[in-house]
Design a protein around this ligand. Structure first.
Ligand code: NAP
Length: 536
């Protein structure tokens, strides 16, 4: 897309062409003839899945639930090939959506937002892109994802490294040939746990540098048969009804039974069955796993025992199972042969709790326990989650920048709006269920609410909607209260709290009160004449 000097005048500008941006575009294109555009940094649609193409990348929501539900025809015509889709298949799906709903003419690709300023005189957002292109829009909607800004650790000596290094979230589009390479992988979160088995297959040698040991449950990925696909399509309505009414947007209900009210023998049987089923559903084995430490211990012990059964070397097994936080209090990974990978001859684990990284040098990584010569370093070190991608856009409201407004951590109303930033909406922003839920379901809820809101504002003959400081303070308090009723904020190194990024304020960011409660809160606000907002 070349630079044009004229400012493009719009009713709404959307930033990002992933799941959220595409659906928001589709909805607003069909509302009151609004003029809408999407700006997207990548050269195609896809968002998270455009950037995250590291070895082993795969969604850990199930394919029939990790998709839009707004169109029966779309559900009917699209065939997923596996239980969990990989990036290529998700990208094919999103490209199909872009074509099917004729969205492409309104996508401005290869265009990165540099700044967005609210102009009080015109009551419009003035947006400037890095390539000099400019937009002016009444409504500005961010659809930038929660996990899009790479967190690359500031380790002394990285610039001296003579080999190649990559962050998993910025993986080269054409892949990386790791054959014959000695690879270091730093990080054992959801990404690292997916990547290690695949890297180990490709590379001559893999050394995994683990700072905090992590739980993982087998994903049990498999090809979907025609029969399963037909069954999912036949039952689509009832499956979607579950996803739209439960706490997490996944196609299952949480077992209402408490672990602590269940006899040991029966509890173990439920865990064994959940382990065999695999996937994130393990979290739903009992109702009290995320609210009661003793209950959580029963799940944690079960998984630790599984790790020790799988991993043959006792020292490696001890390091992998020496997990310091409750199960599920950090985002729980799911895997395909992660722990089994440590039984391979070409894989080693370095326990950074025992021997921390001292520096990187020309030839590899130096820890306090020795030197590890490598050709490639893979940083699976996560993201400046939830706020990083919003703050790097340099958004400025009536009086201050978003960075200044959020200097002590993100505060907003319903996860959707910030006081002082009129007509700005943040899809799956902090303070919304987002990352604690199956994302496409949360995205659809946000997009539909924002669309209804814009429609109502315009129908009332108003031009501006802005949340009040009081409403925002009340919501922030509520977000904290519901988080504090769970074990989630008890983990020190959690990206949910921003604790993974040095200097980032530590505030529990997602809404832990459940997607069902959240949906109700949003609907009630709209039905009650946008309580907590000012329309002008
Ligand atoms: P993450 O969960 O933040 O994990 C980052 C890993 O890097 C952790 O093991 C962390 O250790 C380690 N690390 C960070 N800085 C380090 C340093 N300076 N030295 C050594 N180790 C360091 O990031 P992620 O694995 O990319 O996952 C982020 C989120 O993305 C997930 O929680 C999930 O929500 C999403 N995700 C989803 C999928 C999917 O759907 N399939 C796949 C991948 C990711 P500490 O734990 O000690 O901080």
């Amino acid at each position: 897309m070349s630079q044009s000097t004229a400012t493009v005048e719009l009713d709404a500008l959307i930033v990002g062409a992933g799941f959220s941006g595409l659906y928001q575009l589709h909805m607003l294109r069909n509302l009151r003839g609004l003029s809408v555009r999407v700006v997207e940094a990548g050269d195609s649609v896809g968002g998270t899945w455009y950037w995250n193409r590291y070895p082993g990348a795969r969604c850990d929501s199930e394919s029939h639930a990790y998709c839009y539900t707004f169109s029966k025809e779309l559900t009917e015509e699209w065939d997923w090939s596996e239980r969990y889709p990989g990036p290529d298949e998700i990208l094919r799906y999103l490209n199909h959506v872009a074509d099917r709903f004729e969205l492409r003419p309104w996508l401005d690709l290869n265009r990165t937002v540099q700044s967005a300023r609210f102009d009080q005189d015109s009551n419009r957002w003035q947006v400037e892109c890095k390539d000099g292109n400019r937009y002016s829009a009444q409504f500005l909607i961010t659809a930038v994802g929660c996990l899009s800004t790479a967190n690359i650790p500031d380790i002394e000596g990285l610039d001296d490294f003579s080999g190649q290094w990559y962050h998993t979230g910025q993986w080269p589009r054409d892949g990386v040939d790791l054959s014959g390479c000695r690879v270091a992988q730093v990080g054992t979160g959801s990404t690292g746990i997916q990547a290690a088995p695949v890297i180990a297959e490709a590379a001559a040698h893999l050394t995994v540098f683990q700072r905090t040991a992590n739980y993982s449950v087998p994903a049990r990925n498999c090809a979907l048969t025609d029969e399963v696909r037909q069954q999912q399509k036949r039952n689509a309505e009832s499956i979607q009804q579950v996803m739209h009414s439960n706490t997490n947007g996944h196609p299952w209900k949480i077992n209402p039974q408490n672990a602590l009210d269940t006899a040991e023998h029966d509890r173990q049987a439920i865990y064994e069955q959940s382990w065999e089923t695999g996937g994130l559903k393990f979290r739903a084995a009992f109702a009290d796993l995320l609210t009661d430490n003793t209950a959580n211990d029963t799940a944690a012990t079960f998984i630790r025992n599984k790790i020790r059964q799988v991993v043959k070397d006792p020292e490696t097994a001890a390091s992998l199972s020496n997990i310091d936080h409750p199960y599920g209090a950090k985002r729980p990974p799911i895997d395909t042969h992660y722990f089994e990978t440590f039984n391979r001859d070409n894989v080693d684990l370095v326990d950074l709790k025992k021997t921390p990284i001292v520096k990187i040098d020309r030839d590899g990584i130096q820890t306090s326990g020795g030197h590890h010569a490598v050709d490639v370093i893979v940083f699976a070190t996560g993201f400046d989650a939830m706020t990083g991608s919003l703050l790097r856009m340099d958004i400025r409201g009536r009086e201050k920048s978003l960075a200044d407004a959020w200097v002590a951590g993100p505060s907003n109303y319903l996860g959707l709006q910030v006081a002082g930033f009129p007509n700005l909406f943040t899809i799956t922003g902090p303070g919304s269920p987002s990352v604690l839920s199956n994302m496409p379901v949360s995205i659809e809820q946000h997009v539909e609410w924002i669309t209804r809101c814009i429609d109502d504002v315009l129908a009332a003959g108003k031009t501006c909607i802005e949340c009040t400081e009081d409403a925002m303070a009340g919501w922030v308090q509520h977000v904290n209260d519901v988080a504090n009723a769970t074990l989630l904020p008890t983990v020190k190194h959690s990206w949910y709290l921003g604790a993974n990024v040095p200097g980032k304020p530590q505030v529990f960011m997602p809404y832990a009160g459940g997607l069902d409660q959240y949906r109700k809160a949003c609907n009630d606000v709209a039905t009650n004449g946008y309580e907590g907002f000012t329309l002008s």
